[in-house]
Structure formats: C-alpha cells, structure tokens
Design a protein around this ligand. Structure first.
Ligand code: FAD
Ligand code: NAG
Ligand code: NAG
Length: 408
C-alpha cells in the first residue's frame, strides 16, 4: 500500500488544474487515470469538427492563460495541445492505465483508501490518501435513454462520444436523437457529408450564436439577467427569425434564466439552424416505437433509418467506485452542497468540475480545492510547531524537505 497526501482521480482538465495548483504550492499529489493519456475525453471521445464554444478567456486553466495568438474560438486540437503543454509545464505526471474501482473512508486510519486496477498488469494497487479529489468528470458514462423497440433496430446505433465525422454516412438515412450542442453540430456535419439527416427535437431550447453568448457573459457582470436575456432574444430574433415554423420552440424563460433554472445551456449554432430552415435537415418529434429499421414518430409518421446517433448526453457515475460518495455527491452524481462551496465535502473529500459550469467552473474549483488543502496542511503544521516549540519546527521543515525531494 502506498501512502500519499493528495490523490486525484481523473486526468481531465479538472484533475490537471488541481494538480497544477497543488504543485505550485509544493503539495505532493498523484493523479490516477484509467486511460493511457490525459484529457481522454478531448483526445478520444470528441468529434473531429469540434471547436470550443466559449471564447478562450473562459477556457483557460489556472496559472496559464491562452496565448494572444490563440484564436478566440479554439479548435479541439489547439485545446489538446494547450492541455499537454499545461501538464508538462507544471510537471504533472499522472499514473496512467489505473482505473479506480473502489474507494472508501477508513475511519481507523482517517484516510481515504483507494483501490485502482492496473489495466496493463491486471493487478490491484492500493493507495491511502489524506485528501481525495474526485475529478472523473460529468461525462464519464454515455447516456442512452430507453426507447421502445430499440433492441430490434437493424441499423447502426452510435453514441455521440463515439462519433468522429459524417464521412462514412454519405447517402445514408441518419436520425440524430437530442438537440443540444452535440446533436445540432453532428446533424450539420452529417448533412455536410451528404447524409439524409433528421433531428429529433422534443422540448424547447434556446439557440444563440457564440458571439451573442460571449457578449451576454460580459454584460452579466454589469446588468441583471433579465435585461441581458431580453437583449439576446431581440438579437436572436433578428439573426434567426421565428424558428417555431421549423419545429424549434424557445422556452418561456430567457437563455441565462433558463440555464440557471434547469442547468440547460443554450445551443450555440454552428450552421445547423440554417440547414433546418432550408429543409436540408428534417426535424422530427419524439419516437413512439422502433420496429426493425422503421421508426414510428409521435406525429404518426413512419420512416426507415440506417443509423441512429444518440446525442443524449452523459451521466456522472462516481458512486460506481466511490463508496462514500455521500460526503460530497448526491446519488444522481451531482454535488451535494450548495453555493459557494459545492466542491468541498466532508472528511477531506472534494469534487472538481461537476457543476455544469464548463472549463471556467473547472478552473475555479481547482483553485478553491488547492487553497483549502493548503490551509488545512498549514494549520496542522502550525499546531504541531507551536506544540513542540522550535524543535517541532525543525522537524516539520525536515519533513517537508524530505517530501519535496521524494516528489519533485
Ligand atoms: C463534445 C463536448 C464538447 C465540450 N465543449 C466544451 C466547451 O466548449 N467549453 C467548456 O467549457 N466545456 C465543454 N465541454 C465540457 C467538458 O467536458 C468539460 O469542460 C471538461 O472536459 C471537464 O473536465 P473534467 O476533467 O472535469 O472531466 P473529463 O474531461 O471528462 O475528465 C475526466 C477523466 O477522468 C477519467 N476517469 C473517469 N473515471 C475514472 C476512474 N474510475 N478511474 C480513473 N480515471 C477515471 C476519465 O478517463 C477522464 O480522463 C464539452 C464536453 C463535450 C463532451
Ligand atoms: C498503458 O497501456 C497502453 C496499452 O493499453 C500502453 O501502450 C501504454 O504504454 C501504457 N502506459 C503506461 C504508462 O503504462
Ligand atoms: C412565431 O410564429 C408562430 C406561428 O408560426 C406564432 O404563433 C408565434 O407567436 C411567433 N412567435 C414570435 C415570437 O413572433
């Protein structure tokens, strides 16, 4: 069993950002990552044409702003390079091929016990950590809703996380289920490659352009949500016109109010709306049943498809491996505590990047967590040295420098 101070599970942006903040304060830590690389979501589970939807100032991790030469809206590849550079600059060396399968709080030792499977050797490795940071992401498991008859579908069934591009779908009839950012952009991509594309839309949502969102986020610093929302809606009306004709309905609340109330982000249009308006992408309602290759929709229409792509999102499944998740998370995988300290649980358990606030949230969680850990360590250190007088201090310093030598 290996004894460590801080264990971080997951080497996505959240895990990297937390490790960078800890390293900058010389606090020893390790990252356990099940894949063989960092940022696996971005490297392995994102489609080719993906660009970051938010401007670069909202997509930087702590201590390393993007370069002035970086485009305002980065491509996936630029962001991946930034993350690789980030890891090497802050000397972050995740332990790869370690899938954490079980973790619990050991009341006797007052430590988190972490069991990770080494996916290369097949062996179980055990770690004991004073602090545990859950950074496994909100997107750790693809979610596919239950659809009557789906098991009988004869065509291809794909989740958005496995979709790369429309290259292989030219001339095919493809149904995209889900009209969030991924679903809309994948529809556009399929249509570009000549697929006969349908998109299933069943509930109201907001569509904006990325510059509208950028302006909105800036204005929110000075103006109330209501004012910003009505400005954005006026602009959206000018740009998109009335979308209800083509099956896209807006919620009653404005975009930012709707996001605050439901957690649903507005769709940032990357060309799908124009294609829907031109009839190049067809909008269909909810599915009633699937039989073989035929899909029956709520409006009574039957259509056959070669493939169905589920852009229906993800769920966080930390409770699969974290036995004592209740110290920081609810059973649905969302944080338990309310604003502003959602990232802090009991028993020195933390969660980073689980609040639906994207990369800006990741960055602020990481800073808060690292500072909290530093505060606890320093308080302990002070207590020890005041109790033991100058000798204690000497001991503490020797201890720290030994740690430093061991870890850096
Ligand atoms: C298609 C797509 C586009 C997006 N675009 C944007 C955007 O433009 N702007 C934005 O702000 N956000 C965007 N997001 C949200 C994005 O997921 C987050 O901003 C960011 O990736 C979250 O980082 P994370 O580290 O919390 O999670 P992740 O990136 O999911 O990283 C979690 C890591 O934990 C590892 N892991 C999971 N379980 C275990 C386990 N049991 N043991 C060991 N390791 C484990 C995973 O392999 C993974 O590497 C997008 C998401 C998707 C899916
Ligand atoms: C992780 O596993 C892959 C194969 O699955 C292997 O190529 C890679 O070298 C391994 N990495 C480490 C650090 O063990
Ligand atoms: C959009 O058009 C529909 C009819 O197609 C109408 O009922 C609705 O009021 C219009 N919405 C706006 C905001 O103008």
């Amino acid at each position: 069993m290996e004894d460590i101070l801080v264990a971080i599970v997951g080497a996505g942006p959240s895990g990297l950002a937390t490790a960078a903040c800890l390293n900058s304060m010389l606090i020893p830590n390790i990252i356990l990552e099940r894949e063989d690389c960092c940022a696996s979501l971005w490297k392995k589970r994102a489609y080719d044409r993906l660009k970051l939807h938010l401007a670069k100032r909202y997509c930087a991790l702590p201590l390393l702003p993007h370069l002035p030469t970086t485009p305002k809206y980065m491509s996936k590849d630029t962001f991946v390079c930034y993350l690789d550079d980030y890891a090497s600059r802050f000397n972050i060396k995740p332990l790869y091929n370690r899938s954490v399968e079980h973790s619990f709080y050991d009341e006797n030792e007052k430590k988190w016990r972490i069991e990770a499977k080494n996916t290369v050797s097949g062996e179980m490795e055990v770690y004991a950590a004073k602090f545990l940071v859950v950074a496994t992401g909100e997107n750790s498991q693809a979610y596919v809703p239950e659809v009557p008859g789906l098991e009988s579908f004869e065509g291809e069934i794909v989740h958005a996380s496995e979709y790369k591009s429309g290259l292989t779908y030219g001339g095919k009839k493809v149904l995209v289920v889900g009209c969030g950012n991924s679903g809309m952009e994948i529809s556009r991509d399929l249509s570009d490659f000549g697929a006969h594309t349908s998109i299933l839309i069943r509930s109201p949502f907001h569509v904006l352009t990325r510059d509208m969102v950028f302006l909105g986020m800036k204005l929110l610093q000075y103006l109330p949500v209501k004012t910003v929302d009505s400005m954005l809606l006026t602009m959206a009306k000018l740009v998109f016109g009335n979308l209800s004709k083509c099956g896209i309905h807006r919620p009653k609340q404005g975009p930012f109010a709707f996001k605050a109330a439901t957690g649903k982000t507005p769709v940032i249009d990357r060309g799908a709306v124009e294609k829907i308006q031109a009839g190049e992408i067809e909008v269909v309602p909810d599915i009633v049943n699937i039989d073989g290759s035929t899909v029956e929709f709520k409006n009574g229409v039957h259509k056959s498809f070669d493939a169905i792509i589920f852009a229906t999102g993800y769920k966080s499944v930390a409770y699969n491996w974290l036995q004592d998740y209740q110290h920081v998370l609810e059973a649905d995988g969302l944080p338990k505590y309310k604003y502003p300290n959602l990232w802090r649980g009991e028993k020195r358990l933390y969660c980073a990047g689980m609040l639906g606030k994207g990369l800006a949230g990741v960055s602020s969680d990481a800073k808060s967590i690292a500072h909290d850990i530093a505060k606890i360590i320093n308080a302990k250190r002070k207590m020890r040295s005041s109790r033991k007088g100058p000798q204690g201090k000497v001991f503490a310093n020797a201890f720290i420098s030994k740690f430093r030598r061991l870890w850096f």
